[in-house]
Write a protein that binds this ligand. Sequence first.
Ligand SMILES: NC(=O)c1ccc[n+]([C@@H]2O[C@H](COP(=O)([O-])OP(=O)(O)OC[C@H]3O[C@@H](n4cnc5c(N)ncnc54)[C@H](O)[C@@H]3O)[C@@H](O)[C@H]2O)c1
Length: 428
Amino acid sequence: MPKVKDLSLWERGEQELAWARANMPVLSAMRKSFEKEKPFSGMAIAVALHLEKKTGALLEALAAGGAEVYASSCNPLTTDDSVAACLAKRGMEVFAWSGQTTQEYYSCLQRVLDGEPDIIIDDGCDLITLLHGERKELLGKVRGACEETTTGVNRLRAMHAAGKLRIPVFAVNDACTKFLLDNQFGTAQSTVAAIAQATNKLIAGKTAVVAGYGWCGRGIASRLKALGANVIVVEIDGSLSTRESGLHRALSALYDGFRVMDMGSAAPLGDIFITATGGKHAIDKEHFQKMKDGAILCNAGHFNVEINEPALRKLSSKVSQVKENIACYNLKGGKRIYLLSEGRLVNLARPSGQGHPIEIMDGSFALQALCCKLLAVLKKGSLQAGVHSVPKEIDEEVARMLLASQGIFLRKPSKKQLDYAKSFEEGT
Ligand SMILES: NC(=O)c1ccc[n+]([C@@H]2O[C@H](COP(=O)([O-])OP(=O)(O)OC[C@H]3O[C@@H](n4cnc5c(N)ncnc54)[C@H](O)[C@@H]3O)[C@@H](O)[C@H]2O)c1
């Protein structure tokens, strides 16, 4: 039996889904072809993604292709209860509601795995981790998985390096059509919109501190700058998981025109702080102590560990929820610090976070849909356990379809141009 907050919300969910569908031409085209081909016939697909309207459109496409869909959210705060109700009413096995406890969140992941999946779609790698731990007995049936985000791919690479990853996983995050667009432009617009929606405050003239100048951070910094904020970028001297080290990222931020410094120096200057590092404690105890009265903190990275909330709580004499999505921490010396959405993904935590713009998710979820189809049609076991790149043909096909949906059709290189490029490869 599906478990959602309130099934009676389904009609509003239907409207939300219809709006998403109408603005996702690429995924809609795939849904139509899946309807005819039924690539997932007889298969169960377990999904842990932020369960809102764009995800709903992806689940519809998988179901149209014959899949039995089991879905939960990949975060306790990000379910749109109306969309969850609508999907459950249509017969999907949905286990998700907004405002879950950590225990409820993990029990929903367990229910999703009870569907004995052939294919998994994960965002952040919690579902795949559970599969390799408490639910090992299911590993033999799983053909493979797709991972949506940077943090999830980093966790999978660590599992693989430790010899623990037992299934093939497509790193959807690392496809160009994903990280160049979703991480950069999607996170940027939705993060800035969520901050504005939650606080109703002016961004122009504020000093905004962005921690992490990866694909997410650079998008957020550029949008804040465009709205008139005075932006400081914080990076670190080291390579945690990216190809470019923090030093290279710091230099690109500098040459993009931002002030660059460490968090210790930025802490007393910022009015708004946004973390997007994928790491731990980018904002820590010593930084809270230096901040201005009224500083606003939020996080756009996958896990709620980027801002050390337990340390902030310890420094406070009182913590109160001043309005939806905003908690006030009264520090012992009298200073107030505001934390948005419990330090969880601000752009997705409801109600102020609506997630990425629809067109962005049209691309990201089209990649997911085609990678799932590939896992369904390949002979089981033909892909080795490990982290796989999304095939270039899929990455380019989705980009081509996204451009075509905007009426943009590019010319293929001519034979002369191809021969010239090939001559370099051949060393002539
Ligand atoms: N909010 C969303 O909708 C959304 C979308 C995509 C990705 N994400 C998540 O956002 C996070 C960042 O993703 P990305 O693709 O930009 O990653 P990335 O690896 O490209 O960039 C992260 C950057 O943070 C820097 N960094 C690490 N620790 C730091 C610290 N303590 N202080 C300052 N800088 C630090 C790194 O040097 C790196 O440059 C990940 O957790 C990812 O899963 C969120």
